[in-house]
Ligand binder design. Structure first.
Ligand code: FAD
Length: 292
């Protein structure tokens, strides 16, 4: 398989489309994750990334690791490139070495290097930030992605610091970026301009999450600090009593965002699929229809 990095739009129209899924957890079994992955694989994505739990279940010494197992399944059973999310905040040198060995043994070559958020009661380890993790994963031979924040990370109040932190991740070895969700493409375009001016040349994959319910959007805004443009606030008010209509409106809104990003020639379109292949299909079909 060629590297994910080579799949990004380099000045061409038609950005590659990729998806994010959650691994088996709680009630979700590996078979259900397989069904989700299968439903996404038929949409011919450039890659599918698999999250890990907050604090890093991938680093908790749990065996077998749900993230890595799911990425292997995607690659082996569906022939689609996979990317494993790896967090470092609670990791030790030993646990990181274990994770790296597990990923290598499963032929996983691309990882998203994240700090993660400290879970209650856990101790921070030697890795404080994603920039501490990225070089370790590069040394181990991985293609390494990192997170980018069009509106800044919730703990980062200065937009210039936000761009400096992004550039520092590139300097530490990040090969490409995946953005946090955003609901305003104008915000993204300004961010891309600032990033490029600051010397960020690595591809930036643009993450879009269709809103599906009022509670989901509230959670996302609170967790990610994403701002809500007035068209969304109006849709939330209009459909507040109808979950189905709100879901439909959320998918349509995300599809419009993706179509607009594609027309602007962004490097890549990354859909937070929420493990809903039907939602992903509707978005992909909208993009492909707009391409003609
Ligand atoms: P960092 O880049 O290390 O940033 C953390 C904080 O430190 C920020 O406030 C930042 O501005 C600041 N900072 C960064 N670099 C520097 C520097 N050089 N000097 C000083 N300050 C700096 N979480 C999960 O638990 N599991 C997942 O699977 C997961 N997937 C994600 C996927 C994407 C695409 C994104 C955008 C986020 C994901 N997250 C996930 C959430 C992520 O773990 C949190 O946002 C976390 O709080 C920050 O992780 P980071 O890697 O961006 O951290």
């Amino acid at each position: 398989m060629t590297s994910i990095v080579d799949s990004f739009n380099q000045g061409r129209k038609k950005a590659p489309i990729s998806f994010e899924i959650f691994p088996p957890k709680g009630d979700l079994t590996l078979d259900q994750a397989r069904e989700v992955a299968g439903g996404l694989a038929v949409l011919d994505p450039s890659y599918i990334s698999v999250t890990c739990s907050a604090g890093g279940s991938s680093l908790a010494g749990k065996s077998p690791n749900a993230t890595a197992r799911t990425v292997s399944m995607i690659q082996e059973e569906f022939g689609v490139r996979g990317m494993a999310h790896v967090t470092c905040i609670g990791a030790t040198e030993e646990s990181l070495a274990e994770v790296i060995a597990d990923l290598k043994a499963r032929d996983i070559s691309t990882v998203l290097a994240l700090r993660g958020d400290l879970v209650e009661g856990a101790q921070p380890g030697p890795f404080k930030l994603a920039v501490d993790l990225i070089p370790r994963l590069k040394e181990a031979g991985f293609t390494v992605a990192a997170a980018a924040y069009p509106e800044g990370h919730v703990d980062c109040l200065d937009p210039q610091d936000n761009i400096r932190h992004l550039k520092a991740k590139q300097d530490a070895g990040a090969d490409f970026f995946v953005t946090q969700l955003f609901f305003s493409n104008d915000v993204l375009y300004r961010f891309l301009e600032d990033a490029h001016k600051a010397g960020v040349t690595a591809p930036i994959d643009c993450g879009i999450m269709p809103f599906m319910s009022k509670s989901q959007i509230q959670r996302m805004v609170f967790l990610c600090g994403a701002s809500l443009p007035s068209p969304i606030i109006k849709l939330l008010a209009k459909y507040e009593d109808s979950e189905d209509d709100l879901l439909k409106a959320g998918v349509e809104y995300a599809a419009q965002q993706l179509v607009d990003l594609d027309a602007h020639g962004v490097d890549g379109l990354h859909l937070y699929s929420m493990n809903r292949p039907a939602v992903a299909r509707a978005c992909v079909e909208a993009v492909r229809a707009a391409r003609g």
